[in-house]
Design a protein around this ligand. Structure first.
Ligand code: FES
Ligand code: FES
Length: 160
């Protein structure tokens, strides 16, 4: 079947998609967007998190056909130009990236959290990122990165 979708603001068509293919597979293998990672392919790890019509979800659990006619934003689409956006920069500065396999999903999940809640409490950060597993960092640096991003984005907006 043919899939027509908007990915990171660009209209994309993919032909000969098998009905069992996931959105994650199509993004990575057919559209050349390897940012979303395939770690578990079972909805357990969050490394494949993307936006589908503005809602963060696991791309491995979405059939490619379900994305037909809809808007997808991947981790690649969170950047606008060569400068790193604040969330990405905060992950780097806080030392929250080790092997990096979990990082794209955490970036999308953090972007989603801060879009909804610009000054989250720690418990809210933990809850928002509960579906994103990291085997390397022990999570403390990731919490630091989210706090740092929230602080910087708040300062940019003229907040505290
Ligand atoms: S690869 Fe999708 S949740 Fe793990
Ligand atoms: S940095 Fe390696 S899994 Fe998170």
């Amino acid at each position: 079947m043919r899939i027509s979708t908007t990915v990171n603001g660009e209209h994309r068509h993919v032909d000969d998609v098998w009905e069992g293919e996931s959105l994650l597979y199509v993004l990575r293998e057919r559209m050349g967007l390897p940012g979303s990672k395939n770690a578990c392919e079972q909805g357990e790890c969050g490394s494949c998190t993307v936006y589908l019509d503005g809602v963060a979800c696991c791309a491995c659990l979405v059939a490619a056909g379900q994305a037909d006619g809809r808007q997808v934003v991947t981790v690649e689409g969170l950047s606008d130009g060569p400068a790193l956006p604040p969330v990405q920069q905060a992950f780097l500065d806080a030392g929250a990236v080790q092997c990096g396999f979990c990082t794209p999903g955490l970036l999308v999940a953090t972007h989603d959290l801060l879009a909804r809640n610009s000054n989250p409490e720690d418990v809210e950060i933990r809850e928002a990122l509960a579906g994103n597993l990291c085997r390397c960092t022990g999570y403390e640096k990731i919490l630091d990165a989210v706090r740092l991003a929230a602080d910087r984005m708040g300062a940019t907006r003229g907040g505290a």
